[in-house]
Design a binder for this molecule. Structure first.
Ligand SMILES: CC(C)(COP(=O)(O)OP(=O)(O)OC[C@H]1O[C@@H](n2cnc3c(N)ncnc32)[C@H](O)[C@@H]1OP(=O)(O)O)[C@@H](O)C(=O)NCCC(=O)NCCS
Length: 202
């Protein structure tokens, strides 16, 4: 026999939740702080580690899956859209104000990463081979983006589909990354090139 709780859960799943209710649900379910201003679509596809904080008007469009680790901080204006893919954010990472993540090709962000304000991480790219058709009608391809542990992405950085940013590396403010960044490298510019390497010992 179905319990009242199960029926209630089914009813909730069948229709979109008001955003404030989704925020309350996620706060209680995952023992995290989810601001009532947060805009959450598909809340049942969001997992949040204990002690994480979604501060201010964060938008999560989890039409795929969003996995947020423990002690993660997402600040005002962060916008994460899965586009059918998975966006994973590792423990104790922080995404500053107005960071945008498009997850159509999957985005994996490691632990203790600092992603500064207005950074954009894109894991899809438009097809544009047919000049007779609008680019918008030609579909898009997803390529996974990996940001390894302890990476610092400076303000206004852009990380494009298929990029792999190595552990401990730094991407300078305003850089555009479109391929691999070696571990402990400091890269900058458009497209991003090696500026120097971080010392591996103190
Ligand atoms: C990348 C960064 C950390 C480098 O710091 P640094 O090692 O002290 O760098 P320096 O100022 O000594 O510059 C080293 C070289 O990198 C270049 N460089 C520095 N920042 C750059 C940038 N954003 N884009 C392109 N080149 C840059 C410098 O011109 C210099 O080149 P040169 O040797 O040919 O003269 C820093 O410039 C940066 O971009 N920080 C991000 C700050 C930020 O976004 N904070 C947000 C809040 S977390």
């Amino acid at each position: 026999m179905r319990t009242v709780g199960k029926l209630l859960l089914e009813a909730l799943r069948a229709r979109p939740l008001p955003h404030w209710l989704a925020a309350v649900y996620l706060s209680l379910r995952w023992q995290a702080f989810v601001s009532l201003d947060t805009r959450i679509y598909y809340p049942f596809r969001v997992r949040i580690g204990r002690g994480s904080r979604l501060i201010g008007r964060v938008t999560l469009i989890a039409n795929g899956a969003i996995e947020i680790g423990r002690g993660v901080e997402l600040y005002e204006g962060c916008f994460i859209q899965c586009q059918g893919g998975t966006v994973h954010i590792g423990d104790r990472s922080a995404l500053g104000p107005y960071v945008i993540v498009y997850g159509g090709g999957d985005v994996l962000i490691g632990r203790t990463c600092s992603i500064a304000t207005h950074t954009t991480i894109v894991s899809t790219t438009h097809e544009f081979g047919d000049p007779t058709q609008p680019i918008r009608n030609q579909g898009s391809t997803g390529k996974k983006v990996v940001i390894s542990d302890d990476v610092w992405l400076g303000a206004h950085a852009v990380v494009l589909a298929g990029s792999h940013v190595g552990e401990g590396s730094i991407v300078a403010a305003g850089a555009v990354v479109r391929e691999n960044v070696s571990a402990f490298a400091v890269v900058g510019g458009v497209p991003a090139r090696l500026l120097r390497e971080r010392p591996k010992e103190t």
